[in-house]
Design a protein around this ligand. Structure first.
Ligand SMILES: O=C(O)CCC(=O)C(=O)O
Length: 228
């Protein structure tokens, strides 16, 4: 109760500080860092010491109204979601279940995770759902590549801290949100697109056969053995 009250008070003080400063003028092209974009709050923000300073990527200030839902997506960096005030529901899916999530880029096409359209998305039932509720003072570790869908149950303030756990050169330098695929993954996807284009030179029967062989090769060479 005391923690909750002090977090609510802190939230109130934060808002007052922001309103009476000019720091709410954000520069959206910058990588988010609450301590730089809201310097007035810098002293209040203690980034957890779970990684080296050079690994820090961004800290995103999130203010959400009740009912706001963020679609199911993954990020490419490890992340702490720190709930300052308010309550949020977080639904998570493992990267192993990517095949069942109907991905379009980094997002799932299944928008309603509670009542999915199973005629359109029949494999979605195979995705194992993990769910938790965050309240003021809670911190959720969201590992890179884990899908998450976040719904604010009430007005709330939260903070994300993203950090690079792969070698720095693996990440796309133009990434401002921590959600661009690592450069090697983007290159591999481009090469795959070229391979698929090449298959179009074949008649359908052959295209199908060689596509299946390619899937087998990918499974054999690149899938983890311990994923089942
Ligand atoms: O808290 C939210 O509204 C979204 C959080 C999120 O997407 C994340 O932690 O990556």
């Amino acid at each position: 109760m005391i923690v909750k009250c002090s977090l609510i008070l802190m939230c109130y003080i934060w808002f007052s500080k922001i309103l009476f400063s000019k720091s709410y003028v954000l520069f959206f092209q910058d990588i988010a860092d609450i301590r730089k974009q809201f310097p007035i709050l810098a002293e209040d923000v203690q980034i957890p010491e779970y990684f080296e300073k050079e690994q820090f990527f961004s800290s995103v200030f999130r203010i959400s109204s009740a009912g706001l839902q963020l679609w199911t997506h993954y990020d490419v960096m490890d992340n702490f979601l720190i709930q300052v005030t308010g309550k949020k529901r977080v639904v998570l899916y493992s990267p192993q279940d990517a095949l069942y999530l109907y991905l379009s880029g980094t997002k799932s096409e299944v928008l309603d995770v509670d009542n999915p359209d199973l005629e359109k998305y029949p494999l979605f039932v195979k995705a194992k759902r993990y769910q938790c509720f965050l309240e003021a003072g809670d911190v959720l570790f969201i590992p890179a590549l884990w899908f998450h869908n976040v719904t604010s149950e009430e007005f709330g303030v939260a903070l994300n801290v993203f950090w690079k756990h792969l070698p720095a050169e693996s990440y796309d330098k133009s990434d401002t949100y921590g959600n661009k695929d690592p450069t090697a993954a983007s290159r591999a996807i481009q090469i795959l697109d070229r391979a698929l284009k090449t298959l179009e030179e074949l008649p359908e029967e052959y295209r199908d056969f060689y596509a299946r062989r390619m899937v087998l090769r990918i499974q054999e060479k690149a899938y983890r053995n311990d994923y089942g």
